[in-house]
Write a protein that binds this ligand. Structure first.
Ligand code: NAD
Ligand code: MN
Length: 362
């Protein structure tokens, strides 16, 4: 039987609750006769590791992950450690180390979820946001001088390279082409940022010539926020820079009902390295350690992980299991206005996967 090697990195906060839940779902799927199995290796990197070792992950950590088929990640962020240390020391180290340049974020309003958009029908909001994940505003280039003095100065330089922009636009056009509506919106801010963003627009036009069947348009990022709220059905696939898409995808998650539901994949499209799947939410300090975290964002990330492995049937079954759970308000966690626990939601999804298999076998 095919065995997939999966690295699990819970990280911090509710990552420690939702990643084991995601692992349980994968295990239930395999036990239900999916026809493949998983071998998990767990890595205790994150804030606690930092307190012991002074780093978020060991220097040779990437080598331990290199041979894996995929990574399931929780969150990096600790109440007692500065956010830029936890983020750069763990999540970005993996994303950049494995050149996972495409960050893919599907958003839909799942059955049973009451989204905040009153004029929006469930089917109006069905997007996938593609975020440039390797450079741009988060390239880490910049510096700080004269700290603490009145003349202190700091820069974060947004690096945009032709290679980086072209490969993410090509990925987005290809993804748009694979979706029924073949519709892509390229988001920039090329009115105010007159160098790199103008280059984005130019490269988008060049790449579009290779995808004549994809309809595409351009939108400035500020206008895009209003369009997401007022005319959600006019959007399908969306591509934007690292910073812009980071912000837009939190908005998208909120419009779809909750940050606790939204998944993401940090993808190396060339498959030179393992890709990493994670809920988009963070450590959620306010609810961590209480068993109240919504694990659905992690389960949907598991769906993306399975799709990446080419296990599309299994991915569909997990998505069905998720939708059966969201459709039932008694299985909603606090972020959705319910009172279900992480464990209850996880059990329901695992039961569905086992039950579906029993029906198939009968
Ligand atoms: P957050 O996502 O942790 O929390 C925002 C709000 O959403 C909180 O009220 C939280 O309780 C709620 N929430 C989030 N996920 C939920 C879930 N699954 N179920 C129920 N409620 C949920 O964002 P934040 O407060 O801005 O950040 C907290 C920490 O997490 C910071 O250290 C930040 O740097 C880190 N962070 C990490 C990542 C990552 O590793 N990918 C992403 C975002 C934030
Ligand atoms: Mn974010």
């Amino acid at each position: 039987m095919k065995t997939y090697q999966i690295a699990t990195i819970p990280g911090d906060g509710i990552g420690k609750e939702v990643v084991p839940a995601g692992q349980q779902v994968l295990a239930a799927l395999a036990a239900g006769g999916a026809g493949f199995q998983f071998e998990f290796e767990d890595f205790d990197w994150g804030g606690d590791y930092y307190r012991k070792h002074g780093v978020m992950m060991p220097a040779d950590g990437l080598d331990a992950l290199r041979g894996k088929d995929a990574i399931l990640f929780g969150s990096a962020g600790d109440p007692d450690i500065a956010d830029h240390i936890t983020l750069w020391g763990l999540r970005l180290k993996i994303c950049q180390g494995f050149d996972q340049y495409a960050n893919v974020r599907p958003t839909r309003i799942l059955p049973g979820i009451d989204g905040p958009l009153k004029r929006c029908k469930q089917e109006d909001l069905n997007w996938v946001i593609v975020r440039e994940n390797s450079e741009g505003e988060y390239s880490g280039v910049g510096g700080r001088v004269h700290q603490g003095h009145p003349i202190e100065a700091a820069t974060d330089v947004s690096m945009m390279t032709r290679v980086g922009v072209e490969r993410i636009l090509r990925f987005a056009f290809k993804l748009a082409q694979s979706r029924p509506r073949k519709l892509l919106t390229v988001i920039t801010k090329s009115n105010a940022q007159r160098h790199a963003m103008v280059m984005w627009d130019e490269i988008a036009l060049e790449v579009s010539r290779d995808f004549p069947d994809v309809k595409w348009d351009k939108e400035l990022v500020d206008a895009a926020t209003a369009r997401m709220v007022n005319r959600p059905a006019t959007l399908d696939t969306i591509v934007a820079t690292n910073l812009h898409a980071d912000i837009l995808s939190d908005l998208a998650a909120a419009l779809a009902g909750s940050l606790g539901i939204a998944p993401t994949g940090n993808i190396d499209p060339e498959r030179r390295y393992p890709s990493m799947f994670e809920p988009i939410h963070g450590s959620a300090f306010d609810i961590m350690g209480k068993g109240l975290a919504n694990p659905v964002g992690t389960f949907w990330s598991v769906v993306m992980l399975l799709e990446h492995l080419g296990e599309n049937e299994a991915a569909k079954r997990v998505m069905q299991a998720i939708e059966s759970v969201t459709a039932n308000p008694s299985l909603h966690t606090g972020d959705l206005g319910g009172s279900a626990t992480t464990a209850e939601v996880t059990r329901a999804v695992c039961d569905f996967l086992g039950g579906a298999q029993q029906r198939k076998a009968a």
